[in-house]
Design a protein around this ligand. Structure first.
Ligand SMILES: Nc1nc2c(ncn2[C@@H]2O[C@H](COP(=O)(O)OP(=O)(O)O)[C@@H](O)[C@H]2O)c(=O)[nH]1
Ligand SMILES: [Mg+2]
Length: 380
């Protein structure tokens, strides 16, 4: 850099001289007013001192070169820095990728676990109340809560490696006890009004007398309902079999005695409310006179779940040995079969499947009843 000081009278003079000597690129660095030096200078006028500077062309080149270098250096430094930064960031990235992949692994593991849980859940398919698909299926079959709980516990207890459906069949199959009983001597049918006692007696009588050619006698103690006696008498007349009406307890033994040559005596009773203990005790007194182990509780599979318990438990007073489940043709879900069997704790002797006498009655095996309960079969 070239620096020059000019002592001039005016700035104009300074600029002219600076331009001339240093060129147009020169710049004024400073200016100040000073007195001329020397003795006379004391009283002399003040003059202008202007300092100007310009870059030395050589130095300028050098500077430019060096600046180029420095730019290059700068670039280099910057690039190095960038490279370093990149390396660092690559390292960081790699680390983060590592971390991410580690995290990913953990995440994948979690997702996998969640998937398994979901699979498990969809297999069991829990609803919002935490019920499994199986439980919901059983509920849809109108099987009551208590029985479902019992079934689920038994299904869980099965160690065998078989599918759930099979386990379910095994459990229900074991719960449904059927007794293909040889009917002989006195057989009594008890149960609520309208479940089909009289019709069922007519069906059994018809099968035994018309098909099995057995000697059948009919007795009714159902003198309570108008027309009940006539209903059974009509069947007896058609089948041409003996028929007796028993009005009081002491007539019971006489009536049975009068039919001692029969292979089987079928006894029809009055439908009683299971809630009416008096009526049931009265009935019990009649049954005690009959002295038989062949007492069947007749109950319709269309009975509401809550009523099943009341009926089945109420009639326990009569010590029934079997249950006859009627009207299987009148429903599309057969869970009540299981509810009845579970509540009664007695084997099923017959089921009835329609109003036709004598054909709509059968001894249904446990497998067929299980299929009905599980909705795999229907009664048309
Ligand atoms: N759909 C259908 N109806 C039946 C069945 N058994 C009986 N019934 C009918 O149920 C009604 C009452 O039958 P009933 O024998 O008089 O019942 P009870 O009062 O118990 O003696 C009658 O209309 C019968 O025809 C059955 O298995 N299916
Ligand atoms: Mg009747």
């Amino acid at each position: 850099m070239i620096i020059k000081r000019y002592r001039v009278k005016s700035m104009n003079e300074a600029i002219t001289r600076i331009k001339y000597e240093l060129g147009r690129e020169a710049v004024i660095i400073s200016q100040r007013k000073v007195r001329k030096k020397g003795f006379l200078g004391f009283f002399s006028k003040k003059i202008l001192e202007v300092t100007a500077a310009v870059n030395d062309p050589e130095e300028k080149n050098k500077y430019e070169n060096s600046s180029t270098d420095s730019v290059e250096n700068f670039k280099k430094v910057v690039n190095d820095k960038i490279r370093n930064q990149k390396r660092q960031s690559d390292f960081n990235y790699a680390q983060s990728v590592n971390l991410r992949s580690e995290n990913n692994e953990a995440l994948l593991k979690e997702v996998h676990q969640m998937k398994n849980m979901l699979d498990d859940m969809s297999k069991k398919s829990y609803d919002s109340l935490g019920k499994s698909k199986l439980e919901l299926k059983l509920e849809n079959m109108d099987i009551n809560k208590k029985v479902i709980e019992n079934i689920m516990n038994k299904v869980k207890e099965i160690q065998q490696d078989v599918e759930e459906k099979k386990k379910l069949k095994m459990v229900i199959g074991n719960m449904i006890k059927v007794e293909d009983k040889v009917l002989e001597n006195a057989v009594v049918l008890v149960g609520p009004t309208g479940v089909g006692k009289t019709t069922t007696i007519a069906k059994i009588a018809g099968k035994m007398s018309l098909i099995e050619k057995k000697k059948v006698g009919l007795i009714t103690i159902d003198t309570y309902r108008i027309g009940a006696v006539e209903q059974l008498r009509t069947y007896a007349d058609i089948m041409n079999i003996p028929f007796k009406v028993v009005l009081n307890i002491k007539d019971m033994e006489k009536a049975i005695d009068s039919m001692k040559n029969c292979d089987i005596i079928l006894i029809d009773t009055t439908g009683r409310s299971s809630k009416n203990k008096m009526q049931l005790s009265e009935l019990r007194a009649f049954i005690d006179r009959i002295n038989t182990k062949n007492i069947h509780l007749v109950i319709s599979c269309t009975t509401k779940n809550r009523d099943i318990d009341t009926i089945v438990n109420g009639y326990k007073e009569l010590n029934y040995n079997n249950v006859i489940i009627t009207k299987l043709d009148e429903t599309s879900t057969y869970g009540s079969i299981l509810n009845i069997i579970d509540a009664a704790g007695k084997p099923v002797s017959f089921v009835t499947t329609g109003q036709n006498v004598p054909e709509d009655i059968e001894v249904m095996n446990s497998q067929k009843l299980t299929e009905l309960v599980l909705g795999e079969d229907i009664i048309c």
